[in-house]
Design a protein around this ligand. Structure first.
Ligand SMILES: [Zn+2]
Length: 74
């Protein structure tokens, strides 16, 4: 299972009924790959994934580490 498949499975487990906070629909597309938020201080990054609402274009960023831990029941 590659990372994108792992992310989609984790989303189905952790937030199966996620609705867009802007428009209230649940038509999401998971962008392939992960994104990295750079911290203002230091050189570390916060890996995240992006869900794009296909109704209104709102982008939701999810912390990858938290999502995967929750999906594993940790
Ligand atoms: Zn939306």
């Amino acid at each position: 299972m590659d990372m994108d498949e792992q992310v989609i499975k984790a989303l189905e487990v952790v937030i199966p009924d996620a609705k867009c906070p802007m428009c209230g629909t649940s038509l999401w597309q998971v962008e392939p790959g992960s994104f990295q938020h750079m911290r203002r201080q230091g050189s570390s990054v916060l890996p995240s994934i992006a869900l794009v609402c296909q109704t209104c274009g709102n982008i939701q960023m999810i912390a990858l580490e938290v999502l995967l831990k929750r999906a594993e029941g940790k």
